[in-house]
Design a protein. Structure first.
Ligand code: ADP
Ligand code: MG
Length: 728
C-alpha cells in the first residue's frame, strides 16, 4: 500500500475545525498594528506629523532631523506592542516580498544594552542584495543595493517585527523592485490626469489611481498538498486524472463556505484588520476548494502593498488551520484556475471619480473624456498590456475557456456603445449652438448616473468597464499587481498628456471653445480605437479570427508576449513618462524571461521525477500482480487460460505501452532541456523551453493519467484529484 498518500488522507479526514473567536468588532481591530495617521498624531510632534503627511500627499522630502524623531516615535509605539525587531519590507523582482530582521537591541558597553532605532535606520538600509534578480544591472564588483523608506505606505507590525515599506534600488540608481516604477507611474498619471481634470474643475490638484484587487486561491488540506511533490515544488499538479465530479454541477460557486475554510477566512480577515487591510468580501469560487477574498479599493501603491502582504500572510494563517494556500493560476487541470481582477479608477483630491458618470452634462463630459482616453490607451498599447500579465503560470489560464483570452479588448456595454456612436457623428470643427445643446441634453446629459450595464458583465472580457471603474481581469493570481498597474497607469498618463496637447492645439488653431475642442478630439479617438472594443464572447474561436482581422495581437505564450516590454516604442514610452529608463526596462525583461525558463525547467524536472520514480514503478508493481494472476490462471486452465485472463492480458499490454511512452518522452524532454540549457541567448532559450520542452509535459501526463485509471487504487502513490479537491 502506498503509505504517504493514505497517511495523509487519514490525517486530513480526521481534522477538526480550528475555532476562531471574534472578541472585538472588526472596526475596532482595524489598523491597530499600523503606524497610521491616528497613531502618528499620538506619537509624533506636530512638525514631524505634518512632514509625513506632506510627504504622503505631495511627495516632499523628509529631513533627517525629523526622520530621527519619527524613528524614535515608531520605536516607542512598536515596543509598546511587544515588538523586538524591525525590517525594511520590499518587493524585489522575485515577485515575493523580502525582509531581513534586525533587533532594536544594541549594546552600549559595560555589559549594558538598550533598544535603539534612529532616522538613519528608518530612511535607508543596505541589505546584502547580491542574490536578488537584477537582470545584469549590478555587476558583481558593485553588487550593492539599498532600500529607502516609502512614507506613502505606512509602517506596520507583523508578529514581533516592525515592517517599514521601502523601495529597493541599485547604488547606481536603477530600480530593482516593483514599487519604484509603480510610484513613478502613479506620479505620471497624477500629473497628466490632474492637468486634464482642470479643464472641468480648476480646483483639482491631485489625482489618485485606485486599485481594488480580487484574490482567488485554492485551499487544500496541508497533509494532502504536502503528499504531492509537484504541489510542493511547483505549486501545481503536473499530473493527476480528473475526478468524476469536478465543477460541472456548479455546486460550489457562492455555495455555503465549508467550516474549516470559513475558520481560516475569519482568522485571515482578523489579521488583515489589524494590518489595516480593508478586506470585505469572501466567497466560494467556481472550482471545488477555490475561494476569493476582496478588500475595499485603496490608493494603488497601498493596495499593491496590501495584496503582497495578504499573499504572504495567507500562507502563514493557512498553516494554523492545516491548509496550504495555492495561489498558482492553474493548480488543477480540468477545473477553473485563479485570477486576480484589478479594479482600477482615477479620483481627484476634490472627491470625484473621473471614471464615474456624474449628475450634470459637464461632469459627464469629464467622465467621457477619461473613459475614451483609457480606451484609446488600451488600443494603442494592447500588446504591452498583454506583456504586463505574462508569466509561465498565467499562460495556463489565458484563453483556457475560463479566463479572458490572450487578446486584449475592451468591453463597455450597450449603453456606452450607443453613446460613443452618437459622439462619432459630432461635426468637425465648430459646433452649432443647436448641436451643442443637443449633445449636452440628449447624449452626454443622458448618461445615467448608474449604468445599467453594471450588472450585464461580460466575464469573457479581459478589460471591462463596470459602471465606475475598469476591471482588468486577465491578471494572474500569483502576480504582483504592481506590474500590470505600472503599465496601465503609464499608458493612460501618456494618453492624457497627448490629449491635453491636442485639445490645446485645436483651441489655438481653430479658435474653438474648450468643450468643442474636446468633442472634436474624442470623436477622432473613438474612430481610431474602434478595433479594441468587443462585446461578444471572448472565449470563442470566432473572436480569435475576428481579432486577427482587426490586427490585434494574440501572443499566447509568455516568451512571445514579453517581447513588447522591450519594443522600441515601449522603451521610449517608459523613458518619456519617467517610469523606467532603458537599462531598467531591459533588465526586467531579462529577469522575466529567465524566470520563465526556470519555472518550466523546475516543472520538467519534477514531472520527470514523478513519472519515473513514482508512476512507472507503481505501474510495474501492478503489472506484476496481473502477471502472477495470469500465470496462476495458466496453471489452473492450461491452454484455456486466455479465455479467463483476457482482460488482464490487455491491461498488461496497455501498461507496457504507457510505460514505454513515458520513458521515451521523459528521455526526450531531458534531451530537449539539455539542448536548451546550452543556449547562450536567453530569448532563444525561453522559446525552446516553451516550444520544445513544455509540449512534452502533456504527452507524459497523458500516459501517467491513463495509468492512474488502470492501476489498483491501493497501490497508487499520488494523492488523487478527488481527494485534493473534495476533502474539506
Ligand atoms: P465583483 O467584480 O466581484 O462583482 P465589485 O465590482 O463590487 O465586485 O468589486 C470588486 C472590487 O472593486 C472591490 O475591491 C471594490 O472595492 C473595487 N471597486 C469598487 N469601486 C471601485 C473604484 N471606483 N475603483 C477601483 N476599485 C473599485
Ligand atoms: Mg470583479
Amino acid at each position: 500500500m502506498s503509505t504517504l498518500r493514505f497517511h495523509a488522507l487519514k490525517e486530513a479526514i480526521g481534522r477538526k475545525t480550528v475555532v476562531v473567536t471574534e472578541e472585538e468588532r472588526r472596526s475596532s481591530l482595524f489598523g491597530q498594528n499600523v503606524f497610521n495617521q491616528g497613531t502618528m498624531l499620538q506619537y509624533l510632534t506636530k512638525d514631524a506629523y505634518n512632514s509625513v503627511i506632506d510627504a504622503t500627499e505631495n511627495g516632499s522630502k523628509i529631513d533627517r532631523r525629523i526622520a530621527d524623531q519619527i524613528a524614535s516615535a515608531m520605536k516607542d509605539w512598536a515596543l509598546s506592542k511587544g515588538v523586538t525587531h524591525y525590517t525594511h519590507w520590499f518587493q524585489p523582482l522575485t515577485g515575493a516580498t523580502a525582509e531581513k530582521h534586525d533587533a532594536f537591541f544594541e549594546t552600549i558597553g559595560n555589559g549594558q544594552a538598550i533598544e535603539k532605532f534612529g532616522g538613519g535606520q528608518l530612511v535607508q538600509q543596505e541589505p546584502d542584495a547580491s542574490s536578488f534578480p537584477n537582470g545584469g544591472i549590478r555587476n558583481t564588483f558593485e553588487a550593492r543595493g539599498y532600500t529607502a523608506w516609502d512614507p506613502t505606505s505606512p509602517a506596520f507590525i507583523y508578529g514581533t517585527t516592525l515592517c517599514i515599506p521601502t523601495v529597493f534600488v541599485a547604488y547606481t540608481g536603477e530600480a530593482l523592485d516593483y514599487k519604484t516604477p509603480l510610484l513613478r507611474a502613479l506620479q505620471a498619471v497624477d500629473h497628466a490626469a490632474a492637468d486634464v481634470a482642470k479643464y472641468f474643475d480648476k480646483n483639482v490638484k491631485k489625482v489618485n489611481a485606485s486599485l481594488g484587487w480580487e484574490q482567488e486561491y485554492f485551499l487544500i488540506d496541508r497533509a494532502l498538498a504536502d503528499s504531492r511533490p509537484d504541489i510542493v515544488m511547483a505549486g501545481r499538479t503536473l499530473l493527476g486524472h480528473a475526478s468524476a465530479k469536478g465543477q460541472q454541477l456548479d455546486d460550489h460557486y457562492f455555495g455555503s463556505i465549508p467550516n474549516r475554510a470559513l475558520a481560516f477566512m475569519s482568522d485571515l480577515e482578523k489579521e488583515c484588520m489589524l494590518l489595516g487591510i480593508p478586506v470585505k468580501t469572501r466567497h466560494n469560487e467556481v472550482a471545488p476548494n477555490q475561494f476569493e477574498l476582496a478588500p475595499i479599493y485603496e490608493e494603488t501603491n497601498l493596495a499593491v502593498d496590501h495584496n503582497s502582504l495578504v499573499m504572504d500572510i495567507m500562507g502563514k494563517v493557512a498553516a494554523k488551520h492545516n491548509f496550504k494556500v495555492l495561489l498558482h493560476e492553474k493548480p488543477f487541470a480540468g477545473v477553473n484556475g485563479s485570477g486576480k481582477h484589478n479594479n482600477w479608477s482615477l479620483s481627484t483630491n476634490t472627491g470625484v471619480n473621473l471614471l464615474g458618470p456624474g449628475k450634470t452634462p459637464m461632469s459627464n463630459l469629464q467622465f467621457l473624456t477619461f473613459f475614451i482616453n483609457t480606451i484609446k490607451a488600451i488600443h494603442d498599447n494592447e500588446e504591452l498590456m498583454r506583456a504586463g500579465i505574462a508569466s509561465a503560470s498565467n499562460d495556463h489560464r489565458l484563453g483556457a475557456n475560463e479566463a479572458p483570452p490572450a487578446i486584449m479588448s475592451v468591453f463597455i456595454g450597450e449603453q456606452l456603445t450607443a453613446v460613443l456612436k452618437e459622439l462619432e457623428g459630432v461635426t468637425d470643427g465648430k459646433l452649432s449652438p443647436k448641436e451643442k445643446t443637443d449633445l449636452k441634453l440628449n447624449v452626454v446629459g443622458k448618461i445615467p448616473e448608474i449604468l445599467l450595464d453594471n450588472t450585464d458583465r461580460n466575464r469573457t472580457s479581459p478589460f471591462a468597464f463596470t459602471g465606475n471603474k475598469f476591471e482588468f481581469r486577465a491578471v494572474g493570481s500569483t502576480a504582483n499587481c504592481a506590474n500590470p498597474m505600472t503599465i496601465l497607469n503609464t499608458i493612460v498618463a501618456k494618453q492624457l498628456v497627448d490629449f491635453k496637447k491636442e485639445v490645446d492645439a485645436l483651441i489655438e488653431a481653430k479658435d474653438l471653445k474648450k468643450d468643442e475642442a474636446i468633442f472634436n478630439i474624442l470623436r477622432e479617438y473613438i474612430k481610431h480605437s474602434k478595433n479594441i472594443l468587443f462585446e461578444g464572447n471572448g472565449y470563442g474561436e470566432a473572436w480569435e479570427k475576428e481579432a486577427k482581422k482587426r490586427g490585434l495581437s494574440n501572443n499566447k505564450t509568455t516568451p512571445e508576449a514579453l517581447k513588447a516590454k522591450v519594443a522600441k516604442k515601449n522603451l521610449e514610452l517608459f523613458e518619456q513618462m519617467g517610469v523606467m529608463n532603458k537599462v531598467e526596462a531591459e533588465a526586467r525583461y531579462e529577469i522575466e524571461i529567465e524566470e520563465y525558463v526556470m519555472r518550466i525547467q523546475i516543472e520538467g524536472r519534477v514531472l520527470g521525477d514523478i513519472a519515473r520514480n513514482h508512476v512507472i514503478p507503481t505501474a510495474i508493481k501492478y503489472q506484476n500482480m496481473l502477471i502472477s494472476n495470469v500465470t496462476g490462471l495458466k496453471e489452473l486452465y492450461g491452454a484455456d487460460f486466455k479465455k479467463y485472463g483476457k482482460e488482464q492480458l490487455d491491461i498488461i499490454e496497455e501498461i507496457s505501452h504507457h510505460i514505454s511512452v513515458i520513458n521515451a518522452k521523459v528521455n526526450e524532454m531531458t534531451q530537449e532541456r539539455k539542448k536548451a540549457n546550452a543556449l547562450e541567448d536567453t530569448e532563444q532559450k525561453a522559446a525552446d523551453y516553451c516550444n520544445r520542452v513544455k509540449p512534452l509535459f502533456d504527452e507524459i501526463r497523458y500516459s501517467c493519467d491513463k495509468l492512474e485509471l488502470l492501476v489498483d487504487d491501493e497501490l497508487w502513490p499520488l494523492t488523487k484529484y478527488r481527494e485534493l479537491l473534495f476533502t474539506r
